[in-house]
Ligand binder design. Structure first.
Ligand code: PMP
Ligand code: GLN
Length: 412
């Protein structure tokens, strides 16, 4: 193994997808919708397959299919109040995953420090290490309180954050709405981060794949709209999350050309170009939504509206089963403290190091219900902070959520 890969282990996804294939549990683990994607999105792809234009099945422009970058430029120019250049300021990638990879490989040099907020989407850490960067972690802390917990109760300690910034800091990775807590960073919290980025001349990578999934009237604020932040922010999105087609693995990064240029270089030297029919399908879907962006039937508004009752249903059945959920303001995951059930469980049959791995594996095998162990989203020294929790995904058919509720209810 080359040095940069030494110490790498299979990700939680590889491990838990294999587990699900073996035990066939009700799967509330990996985040994807189990219901049909919107008709007009899948029909667009069907139309493309039959389109008389043969070029729709050939290579397209490496940095992004023109119709798609044009649609994205139109969308985000309106959202952030700044004219994007479709050819220079946007890169289309193999999912948000590759956007993260190209961003990190394109900007992090040997020894550069990258601030990562814990818990974090698990690929951030190994990607920084692949780039020979040094991850510096800061955990969100759950405020002690009585009664229901909200994702807004998971907070950054401002002093601790300020202390992490120094001359070696190259980048901070932000994720809002956040996976796995569902935290939507409020404007005040983003201002703290933005102040530090400006003070230390640091890049902000804003992973906003769940940008449309916000609940309770909470606003998704794009950090690239704060003063002085456009110049230093790369924002990442995902068609998989936006249109409920995670299998399409089409994502993007946008920002000023001076920053996107580096990503284009990494992309050119690795993936080079993404599948044309998928990009064309995403472009057509965006064009349709752009026509009705302000209307309630726009998918970007109807999806969170339909998802919120599912969130509330899950919170209720988890509570009734004795777990303590964090009610997310955004995204499609829910963290729940499972330790109130500890006395009902004997996890000795499981050999994993961390309790949440034992709990989730035991549940998969014995209860037929799969969740994700959140310690996977922490650095080694902080994994204990995730051990009391399990992450469940609620963008699932109501019948499957009902089944999960029944499973937990029948558990004595
Ligand atoms: N970032 C976050 C926070 C995610 O949850 C995911 C998972 N989809 C990704 C990035 C990767 O997205 P994609 O499937 O588009 O590669
Ligand atoms: N973002 C999804 C999740 O967190 C999928 C992750 C993945 O497939 N790598 O579950």
């Amino acid at each position: 193994l080359p040095k940069r890969l030494q110490g790498s282990t299979p990700s939680v996804w590889n491990e838990y997808i294999a587990l699900a294939m073996q035990y066939k549990p009700l799967n509330l683990g990996q985040g994807f919708p189990d219901d049909a994607a919107p008709d007009y999105v899948t029909n667009a792809l069907a139309d493309i397959a039959k389109d008389p234009n043969p070029l729709l099945h050939q290579y397209t422009r490496g940095n992004g299919h023109v119709r798609l970058v044009q649609a994205l430029a139109k969308l985000y120019s309106g959202l952030i109040g700044r004219e994007l250049n479709p050819l220079n300021d946007i890169l289309i990638t193999a999912g948000a995953y590759e956007a993260l990879y190209s961003t990190i490989m394109g900007h992090v040099d040997n020894g550069d420090e990258v601030i990562i907020i814990e818990p974090f989407f698990d690929c951030y850490e190994p990607m920084v290490k692949m780039a020979n960067g040094v991850p510096r972690f800061i955990p969100l802390k759950l405020r002690e309180k009585e009664g229901p917990i909200s994702s807004a109760d998971w907070v950054l300690d401002e002093d601790e954050l300020a202390k992490l910034f120094n001359e070696k800091t190259k980048m901070i990775i932000l994720n809002t709405p956040h996976n796995p807590t569902g935290k939507v960073f409020h404007r005040k919290e983003l201002e703290v981060i933005a102040d530090l980025c400006r003070k230390w001349n640091v890049l902000c990578v804003s992973d906003e794949v769940y940008e449309w999934l916000v609940f309770d009237g909470v606003e998704h604020v794009r950090i690239n709209t704060l003063p002085g932040m456009w110049e230093r922010t790369i924002t990442i999105g995902s068609a998989g999350k936006t249109f409920s087609v995670t299998g399409w693995k089409t994502g993007w990064a946008y920002g000023p050309h001076e920053l996107i240029r580096n990503l284009q270089m990494v992309h050119q030297n690795s993936v080079y170009t993404c599948p044309t029919p998928l990009q064309e399908g995403v472009a057509r879907s965006f064009e349709l939504e752009l026509e009705r962006l302000d209307k309630p039937e726009c998918y970007f508004h109807s999806l969170p509206r339909e998802l919120q009752p599912k969130r509330d249903f899950m919170a209720k059945f988890l509570n009734e089963a004795g777990l303590r959920p964090t009610i997310p303001e955004g995204g499609y995951f829910m963290l729940a403290d499972w330790t109130p059930l500890a006395s009902k469980l004997n996890l000795d049959s499981e050999t994993d190091k961390y309790k949440d791995y034992k709990f989730t594996k035991w549940m998969t095998k014995n209860m037929g219900l799969q969740g994700i162990p959140p310690s996977a989203f922490y650095s080694e020294p902080n994994k204990h902070l995730g051990e009391d929790f399990v992450r469940y995904c609620f963008i699932k058919k109501q019948e499957n959520l009902n089944k999960a509720a029944e499973l937990l209810k029948s558990w004595k």
